[in-house]
Design a protein around this ligand. Structure first.
Ligand SMILES: [Fe+2]
Length: 322
């Protein structure tokens, strides 16, 4: 079988969907993989990875963030390794399969181009409270997968307790068993933080008021705080038909890091600390150091091709990372 989706007549796939980057259409079970050397008997578990994998040639405005989620897993047990991969069986994927074609437009499509915001559950995967969950960066319900089969059980609302969306980059405290997450929106309060307890039920949530719709992608966790971000990247839902996701970097907007007490009491003030205007896709780690909090992450000074002044990357100064 071909390992690439059939093209529609005259369609041109973007380069990140061609050749070795081509989507995988087959769901495979491969037992007794060839092993170079020897797997220790004590090593047992499943390594799982999620990523975008379009099941059909993409429609208008496709970006590499838009493909259907596919989870790959390598299981090691009793000195033997096996592999399997499965699409995350979302309702959007079922609609595409029923139509025999992509039925949603991509995140680069302009307003009015068609149906959008398909929860493809393609961004991350996390194991928590006995559940393997696949997650999507825009937020929404995660999908629970079987272990070790990786088949989709369905959307997970944590026993009906989840009252807000869950984005892809959650943080699990392996000492307490808590899973911290966030949800973001274009309307006030624009950001909410929540925690799933070790029992797999929502244990709390609180709003974090922001001055406007700021793009969100990650948080960080210390023993005392959830670190949240009010960065200089706005979301412009009324953007023109430019090929952008609607992110608008404005270096005249202050960037701030907020410390939210982990108890998530709604009346507990968020302590904000201003930093040089920037954007941060991902954090690495954070910890308390006496009265200070240390955060490791990747700061980007010019995160969009063109900023609000029309200046391109080459015109903008680098952010000093010291
Ligand atoms: Fe990410």
């Amino acid at each position: 079988m071909s390992n690439q989706p059939a093209r529609t007549s005259g369609s041109v796939l973007p380069p990140y969907l061609e050749g070795i980057y081509a989507p995988v259409v087959d769901e495979v079970d491969a037992d007794h993989l060839a092993v170079v050397g020897r797997l220790p008997d004590e090593l047992a578990g499943l390594f799982a990875q999620n990523g975008p994998n379009p099941s059909f040639p993409p429609g208008v405005g496709h970006s590499w963030f838009d493909g259907d989620g596919m989870v790959h897993g390598v299981e090691v047990r009793d000195g033997v390794a096996s592999y399997r991969n499965r699409f995350v069986a979302t309702p959007g994927l079922a609609e595409d399969r029923a139509a025999g074609a992509a039925t949603y437009v991509g995140s680069l499509a302009g307003p009015g181009a068609g149906r959008r915001h398909k929860n493809v559950s393609n961004t991350d995967v996390v194991f928590h409270a006995g559940r393997l969950l696949s997650l999507w960066w825009e937020g929404g319900l995660p999908y629970e997968l079987t272990l070790p089969g990786l088949d989709t059980i369905g959307p997970c609302d944590f026993g009906g307790t989840l009252t807000l969306g869950m984005t892809s980059h959650v943080k699990v405290d392996h000492r307490t068993g808590e899973l911290f997450f966030f949800d973001w929106a274009t309307r006030a309060p624009c950001l909410q933080v929540g925690v799933i307890g070790a029992d797999g039920m929502l244990a709390g949530s609180r709003p974090v008021e922001l001055p406007g719709p700021r793009v969100q992608h990650d948080i960080a966790l210390t023993d005392r705080y959830v670190l949240v971000f009010d960065l200089s990247m706005s979301l412009d839902p009324a953007r023109r038909s430019d090929p952008t996701i609607g992110f608008r970097f404005d270096d005249e907007l202050p960037s701030r890091i907020g410390l939210v007490d982990r108890a998530l009491a709604g009346d507990s003030p968020v302590r904000w600390f201003e930093i040089e205007p920037c954007w941060i896709w991902h954090t690495l780690c954070a910890w308390d150091d006496g009265d200070e909090v240390v955060l490791c992450g990747a700061r980007i000074g010019s995160p969009t091709r063109v900023d609000k002044h029309g200046r391109s990357h080459e015109d903008l100064p680098m952010v000093d990372d010291e």
